[in-house]
Ligand binder design. Structure first.
Ligand code: ADP
Ligand code: GLC
Length: 504
């Protein structure tokens, strides 16, 4: 069917558990922080609904209040609206008993025990908020397991409404490894029909999976790179959901994330001592000195000549920390300095601390979350290491290239889609890649990179090619709009009918 309104502006209701600048634990927040603005620049209107966690300062204006009833409880919810421009707004869902606590998803290494309710209430609040608006959204876009119930609710609780039954949803998987799996009884606590505990519903090994709900009930599913969209159809990357994803592959697409080129710009970055650009890389030396100083490492001529390898990462197996563990002796023996920032599993944090204690002049480690330091590392390092076991998209490799910091990555997911291997014959490429998930493969990629680092002219070409890549949101936002229009057309064609009423 031809979409007669293909140039009309859309109104998008987005729901997510984190977004910059309000709350961030990882790349999801960068995406939900930047995508709405990119869509608004294309002329569309976006409302992003997310929890108001502890620490979000005094912002916005209090709006309506909602009573969300769930599992026999009533949650008194406040809605704080923050305008981000003429076509972009954020609605913070205030409910202190659920969101005013330490940690977004958990504290002290433990998930909050009521996460199903916390994110169930978020999903309900987002839809109830939108139901109360003068005009309904054109599409609802939910992200990751925390909002997996949004597509489910649309096709169940809200499906009796003739307007809402026509509104499609898009579900984006940022990471298949986090699924939001809860005991079967949780359905009752969420006021969801027990019939949903079925293979076509939310059931996953006799438990309830929010992520499966999102995948099963959305009108289309996207993930954040083309390579990851292919990989998750296989047992190696499918996290037990590969069968379902293969079944729904006609609805699955990969749309590569963009990066916020205003926030990550070496020409304007306020955290760098001296700005630099592709035509004038002089300031990068100051950034290198800055990062060495910040880590208490020497910055004499020998230290400035030695390559600095940076890492900003959650310290978990996904990010290749087990490879680093295996290769730690060989890494520490390299003629290179390391500047490491991250938090995660205790054993990996301790590994880095121990290495820094043994090599205090070459290995600097900061355990924690530090946005500013992340910028200084991106600016000051020569190489950036991402040996991920899997990587749905990955943002740091794109930040790195923009800052003339050459990535060394495992060719998986978004890393494979964004980093082109350096070819010494032609001098083309933007970084160094390895394929096999083995410490030896990683070490040999780093060794190759260090050999090229020793050839300044080749290195400069490599840096500049990376800096010239366009990773801005423009193309990705346009791809989302295309996907939105496709699902809107599809649902309109179907007249809003679907077979899910039995679950309502
Ligand atoms: P993921 O979301 O899987 O952790 P991404 O590469 O998509 O990986 O995004 C991670 C984001 O979080 C990047 O913006 C990165 O700079 C940031 N980040 C990760 N760890 C830290 C940290 N310890 N301090 C500051 N920023 C961090
Ligand atoms: C997830 C993925 C990461 C991706 C990010 C944003 O956290 O692990 O690869 O870049 O989401 O989509």
């Amino acid at each position: 069917m031809s979409d007669t309104r293909s140039s009309s502006a859309l109104s998008v209701l987005m729901v997510a558990s984190e977004a910059q600048p309000y709350a961030k634990t990882g790349g999801l927040a960068d995406v939900t922080g930047a995508l709405p603005g990119a869509l608004a620049r294309l002329g569309h209107t976006v409302t992003l609904v997310m929890p108001r966690y502890r620490g979000v300062g005094a912002v916005g204006r209090p709006g309506r209040r909602l009573a969300v009833t769930m599992g026999g409880r009533v949650f008194d919810v406040g809605l704080v609206e923050v305008a981000h421009g003429p076509r972009e707004r954020v609605v913070l869902v205030e409910c202190d008993e659920l969101y005013d606590r330490e940690g977004l998803y958990g504290a002290g290494g433990q998930d909050h025990p009521d996460n199903a309710i916390r994110f169930g209430v978020l999903s309900r609040a987002a839809l109830d908020y939108a139901v109360g608006l003068d005009s309904p959204p054109s599409i609802v876009h939910a992200h990751d397991w925390q909002t997996g119930l949004v597509p489910v609710l649309l096709r169940t609780r809200y499906s009796a409404d003739p307007v809402w039954r026509r509104i499609p949803s898009l579900f984006t998987i940022h990471n298949l490894a986090y699924q939001g799996v809860f005991p079967a009884e949780t359905l009752k606590a969420l006021d969801l029909n027990s019939a949903l505990l079925s293979i076509d519903g939310l059931e996953f090994w006799n438990q309830v999976s929010f992520l499966k709900g999102g995948i099963n009930f959305a009108d289309a599913v996207t993930t954040v790179s083309m390579a990851y969209a292919r990989e998750i159809l296989t047992p190696e990357y499918g996290e037990g959901l590969e069968g379902l994803l293969v079944h729904r592959r006609h609805l699955l697409t990969g749309i590569l994330n963009g990066i916020d080129t205003d926030v990550w710009d070496p020409q304007t970055d306020q955290y760098l001592p001296v700005p630099f650009s592709v035509s004038d890389l002089e300031g990068k030396r100051s950034a290198k000195r800055e990062v060495l100083t910040r880590y208490g490492l020497p910055d004499d001529a020998a230290a400035m000549a030695r390559p600095v390898i940076g890492m900003v990462s959650r310290m978990v197996d996904q990010k290749g920390l087990d490879l680093i563990w295996e290769a730690r002796g060989a890494l520490a023996a390299m003629d290179a300095a390391f500047v490491i920032l991250g938090t995660g599993e205790r054993r990996y944090e301790e590994m880095w601390r121990d290495l820094a204690a043994v090599h205090p002049t070459r290995i600097g480690v900061r355990i924690g979350f530090d946005e500013r330091l992340a910028h200084v590392i991106e600016g000051g390092a020569d190489l950036f290491l991402m040996p991920s076991r899997f990587e749905p998209c990955g943002l740091n490799q794109m930040y790195s290239m923009r800052y003339g910091t050459v990535p060394v990555v495992r060719a998986t997911g978004g890393l494979a889609d964004t980093v082109r291997p350096f070819d010494p014959e032609t001098g083309t490429g933007t970084g160094f890649t390895f394929h096999e998930y083995r410490a030896s493969a990683m070490l040999s990629a780093i060794e190759t990179a260090l050999a090229v680092y020793a050839r300044p002219a080749s290195w400069r070409t490599l840096q500049q090619t990376g800096m010239r890549q366009d990773f801005s949101w423009d193309a990705s936002a346009a791809a989302y709009v295309h996907e939105y229009r496709t699902v809107i057309g599809r649902r309109r064609e179907a007249g809003g009918e679907r077979e899910d009423w039995s679950y309502a």
